[in-house]
Design a protein around this ligand. Structure first.
Ligand code: PAF
Length: 288
């Protein structure tokens, strides 16, 4: 359904709009993003529409979750196209603040994390990343006072970290994970896929294929250590620089040595040229 999306830039405007929704008896679903929207984000908006009367999407390229060596400056910013997609998907409000609205002069507070944020996956390669994510997400939760917030399973560790933070800090919001949306060849949709050269794009689906093969091998009785070892070889042989390929408990993200310790999630991060790709699947008969 096409509806006009109201664009707000300040926390005061956002609070007023959401107060009015709640006063009218409407529930609110929040979809936090950094923009450059693709079908994976639109799936979050559509799921939010199913679960709440009103949908608020945020677009904010959050500087505190990028290390100085990462791609903050070149991260794609496509607000006009994003707005058109949000209108088509039936989003009520786009909150697109300036950096100074989120981090005013003198800002000095950061959420400190343990548990799923310190398990040696993304945190090993991006040590300051989740503090930046959690801080901005905690702010978006309290600024919006939304009833539910939707996050893609594609960033699986992020989903676990945010879920845990909301629970630990008693933030009155329900965090919901939405299955990864994939291209027809299995590549997980990501705003960073646009950085891939044609040759790299052709290789990229191997990550998902390998995860699916490992899941099938585990379900067929292969032990975790050999299944992961074969997967690591296949990924390296295809020309990726592998950061990690791991089997972890799906909620705590602790290492597992067998399916009996599950539910089990397979997680991978690897670089193709200068592009870093991540993906994950559940080990179950219909893993996403
Ligand atoms: O997943 C993202 O796009 C970002 O990490 C998030 C959750 C919007 C926080 O900046």
């Amino acid at each position: 359904m096409q509806r006009q999306t109201l664009v707000v830039r300040t926390v005061a405007e956002l609070r007023k709009v959401i107060r009015d929704f709640h006063a009218a008896g409407d529930t609110v679903g929040l979809v936090p993003t950094m923009g450059a929207l693709h079908d994976g984000h639109i799936a979050l908006v559509r799921e939010a529409r199913r679960r709440a009367a009103r949908v608020v999407t945020t677009i904010f390229v959050n500087p505190t979750q990028f290390a100085p060596t990462e791609d903050l400056a070149k991260y794609p910013r496509t607000e006009a196209a994003d707005l058109a997609r949000l209108e088509e998907a039936g989003c009520d409000v786009l909150f697109a603040p300036a950096s100074t609205e989120i981090y005013p002069a003198g800002f000095a507070t950061t959420v400190s994390l343990e548990g799923p944020a310190t398990v040696g996956l993304e945190d090993r390669f991006r040590p300051t990343h989740f503090a930046g994510v959690a801080t901005v997400v905690a702010k978006l939760f309290t600024q919006s006072a939304a009833d539910t917030a939707l996050f893609g399973e594609k960033d699986y560790q992020q989903l676990c970290v945010v879920t845990r933070m909301a629970r630990d800090l008693d933030l009155p919001i329900e965090v919901i994970g939405v299955p990864t949306v994939r291209e027809s060849d299995g590549l997980a949709m990501s705003s960073r896929n646009r950085y891939l050269s044609p040759d790299e794009r052709a290789k990229a689906p191997l990550l998902h294929r390998t995860l699916a093969q490992i899941a099938a091998a585990l379900l067929g009785g292969t032990d975790v250590r050999s299944a992961l070892s074969q997967g690591r070889h296949a990924i390296a042989a295809a020309g990726f620089a592998l950061d990690y390929l791991e089997a972890r408990h799906a909620i705590s993200l602790a290492p597992v040595s067998g399916l009996a310790e599950g539910p089990v999630r397979l997680l991978v991060a690897a670089r193709l040229g200068t592009t870093r790709l991540i993906d994950n699947i559940a080990v179950e008969t219909s893993g996403n």
